[in-house]
Design a protein around this ligand. Sequence first.
Ligand code: KIV
Length: 272
Amino acid sequence: MYLSHNVSLVTTHVLQNMKNKGEKIAMLTAYDYSMAKILDESNIDIILVGDSASNVMAGYKTTLPITLNEMIYHASSVCRAVKRSFVVVDLPFGTYQGNSKEALNSAIRIMKESGANAVKMEGGREILESVERIISAGIPVMGHLGLMPQSINKFGTYIVRAKEDEEAQRLREDALLLQEKGCFSIVLEKIPAALATEVTQSLRIPTIGIGAGSGTDGQVLVLHDMLGISNDFSPRFLRRYNNLYDGIKNSVQAYINDVKDINFPNENEQYY
Ligand code: KIV
C-alpha cells in the first residue's frame, strides 16, 4: 500500500515529537469502520482498537474472551476508514503472555491482516521477551501498566492500582524496562496522578493516561463511555461529552411511533 502525500500521517516519530514539544496526545477507542471514519476526520492522533471491544461490542463481562480473529476483524474495519490517525491494536489475552514466538505470530497476524500501525500489550517485566521479539520484527509496541484488565482474575477488582509503595516502585521499574526494550509509548491506567506524572517525567517516550490525572503526555477514553452510549459505567475519571444513549433511544422511539401511526414514509419518501 502506498501512502497518500496530501495527508500528514501520525507516526511514532510524530508522537515522540509531540512529547518533546509538550503537545498533548489525544487517543480514543474505535472498533468499526463508521466510528473510525468520524474519529479520523476529527483529527484524533491515535485510534486504539482496544480489547474493550470484548465488553462494549460483544457484551462480555471482561476483556478475556475476545479472540485474535475477532480483534483482527475489528482492526481491519477500523483501518479501512483511517487516512491519517495512528492505529494501535490490543493483543488479546492468551496470545502473547506465555511464549514470545506465539506473541510475534499474533502481532504479525494483526499487522498483516488489518493494516494497523502498532500493537499494545499489558504487562511489565513478565512480558519483556515478547515485547523485544515483536519490536525486533519492526512492529511498534505500546506498553500498558497500572490497572491491566486482562489480569482482573489476579487483581480481583478494578480499583486504583499502585497506591502502595511496593506496587508503585514495581510500576516505575517496569515503565523504564519497557522503554529500554523499545516501546514507543506506554498507557498508564487508573493509578494515582502524582505517580503518573512522576513516571511521565522519568521517561523519554510518551505516556497516555486513563484515570491517571493530567500529568501524562496524552489521554485515552473508551469512545462508547465518553459519548454516553454506555450508561452503566461511571468511574470518577470518565467525562461524558454526550448522552447518546438517550439520543439514540429517543430517535428509535420516534421512528417506532411514526411507523405505527403511518407517519413514515410520507409522500416525499416514496417512489412514483
Ligand atoms: O481496551 C481498551 O480500551 C484499553 C484502554 C482502556 C486503554 O486498553
